[in-house]
Design a protein around this ligand. Structure first.
Ligand code: TXE
Length: 489
């Protein structure tokens, strides 16, 4: 068993309460590491370190270009430690190695390089007030201490998507990864020691939402919260942050629709739809978990969909031949099975899957790729986020009906449209209530393109210019050159 410490003020610390909790390997189901069970005292240590680093240390006064060079060094550090980071992400989260290792040598590093370059590009403006003897200009300034709270399904990606812009903007950060997958974020701190940033600029506490997450969110010295997680978790955190009027970014859940029209290329689209949910075992916020098929293509599509899905190989997430890895933790494994059981009772037809399996006798938490047909929009299966390898198939006739069903959701994170009629694709893209719309592709993302939700999928954006803007606040400065101000009375 590996025992970790948490990281604050440039040091590795034991949890104040002296307690640890086990972290399990989802492939074997067995505990492999002990993670610090941090509490309010640890949260205070981390926030105060971040506060000192911002207000008293060099970071808060650093010129943006120099800060950008330091952020770039974080990317270099990730590249040097990519192998270890990938190893621990797979062991602790069950994410397939083929999904995380390449990113640690490319697009995850790009986040640091992209925002490092942006650090000295956020220009203010001179405002044409029309007033004589007045110079009014704006500047964009960091918030100070940022609390970044992340989910278990992609710990490194979610942490890096917050850290890179938050730091490039000049903030200091206290990270709290999910209690279900904390180790890779702690390993990220080890990697960052190479970059030699001033102490307290980046800190990570670990543990449970109520025990260490809430002390972060309610702490007076935290001025910005960036949260990634469930709608329930987000609503709780946003409510707590509101008590001290903190700025909040919310990246929450989804129930994203895939609209397939009769003229879609059959095999191309089946591959895109399967690839849009099953490889991460459905554990992606933007998973295309609702499939809306136009009547004319319905039968052929379902037949091909089941044929392709049957080829999926569940197994070791380190094995390149594995199509679908494990569910990331036992609690969620049981949650997904509960959704499947309720779906079986709902009147939907189980077309394939639906069972927990134990491939290779590994002992972990695996669920077959599951397809339910004859789903109606009123069923919980069509409305609730399952966050597992479960695809709900519905039928539609007209474009209007497809848009109506797609938008009839509390969520609005992503959507896919599959049609050879690009005029229709672009028209419908403008009508779907979703922060990301894919046309004849699905699941792509890059650091230059903003992601975020409509409706209960959240607010604020990550990546792109807006990803950094969310970590800055605007100041307006008025300079008067008037020689006198007349007596007011
Ligand atoms: O969320 P939870 P999970 C969503 C995904 C799914 C969820 C799964 O759609 O809904 O995340 O992640 C902390 N005070 N996204 O189960 O339970 C908790 O400890 C302070 C969307 O982890 O909400 C954990 O660190 N903190 C996303 C984090 O919140 C609290 C991409 C999330 O926990 C807390 C990936 C509290 N009261 C997953 N309660 C996107 N949209 O990009 C919990 N936490």
């Amino acid at each position: 068993m590996e025992t970790y410490a948490y990281y604050a003020d440039g040091r590795w610390l034991e949890p104040a309460g002296g307690e640890y909790f086990d972290s399990e390997n989802p492939y074997t189901g067995k505990a492999w590491a002990k993670i610090p069970r941090c509490n309010t005292a640890d949260a205070n240590i981390a926030v105060q370190a971040a506060y000192r680093a911002y207000h008293e240390g060099p970071w808060g006064r650093m010129n943006p270009s120099e800060r950008g060079a330091m952020v770039r060094r974080l990317g270099d550090a990730v590249a040097r430690h990519a192998e270890r980071l990938a190893e621990i992400e797979v062991r602790d989260n069950g994410k397939r190695r083929v999904d995380i290792r390449p990113g640690l040598s490319s697009w995850l590093i790009d986040s640091f390089y992209y925002y490092a370059g942006m650090a000295d590009k956020f220009e203010g403006a001179v405002i044409p007030t029309g007033r004589d003897q007045i110079l009014n200009y704006t500047r964009h300034e960091p918030y100070g201490v940022v609390a970044a709270i992340t989910a278990w399904n992609s710990p490194l990606l979610i942490a890096i998507w917050k850290l890179a812009p938050a730091l490039a903007a000049g903030n200091t950060v206290v990270l709290k990864p999910s209690e279900f997958a904390s180790a890779s974020t702690l390993e990220l701190m080890k990697a960052f020691e190479d970059a030699d940033l001033p102490s307290g600029v980046i800190n990570t506490v670990t543990g449970f939402g109520a025990e260490v997450g809430e002390p972060l969110v309610t702490h007076e010295q935290v001025r910005k919260v960036s949260f990634t997680g469930s709608v329930e978790g987000g609503a709780r955190v946003a409510g707590l942050a509101a008590r001290t009027i903190k700025s909040v970014t919310m990246e929450l859940g989804g129930k994203s629709p895939q609209l397939v029209f009769d003229d879609a290329r059959l095999e191309h689209t089946v591959h895109g739809v399967c690839g849009g949910i099953f490889p991460p075992a459905g554990q992606s916020c933007i998973a295309g978990s609702r499939l809306l098929l136009q009547s004319g293509i319905y039968d052929d599509f379902v037949e091909k969909l089941l044929e392709v899905t049957a080829r999926a190989r569940l197994g070791d997430p380190n094995d390149a031949a594995t199509s679908i890895g494990p569910i990331a933790n036992k609690a969620h494994f049981e949650t997904v099975l509960g959704h499947i059981e309720r779906a079986r009772q709902s009147g939907a037809t189980l077309a394939c899957g639906g069972n927990a399996v134990n491939p290779e006798g590994a002992g972990g938490w695996f669920i077959e790729p599951t397809v339910f047909t004859d789903v109606t929009p009123d069923m919980p299966l069509a409305r609730e986020e399952i966050f597992g390898p479960v695809l709900a198939v519905m039928r539609f006739d007209s474009e209007e009906e497809a848009v109506q069903i797609a938008n009839d959701s509390d969520f609005g994170l992503a959507a896919g449209i599959w049609t050879e009629d690009h005029r229709r694709a672009l028209d419908l893209a403008n009508r779907l209530e979703a922060g990301t719309v894919y046309l004849n592709n699905y699941f792509d993302a890059c650091t230059q393109s903003p992601v975020g939700g409509y409706k209960q999928s959240g607010y604020g954006r990550e990546n792109g210019w807006e990803g950094m803007r969310d970590f800055l606040q605007t100041k307006s400065v008025w300079l008067s050159t008037a020689r006198r101000i007349d007596a007011p009375f």
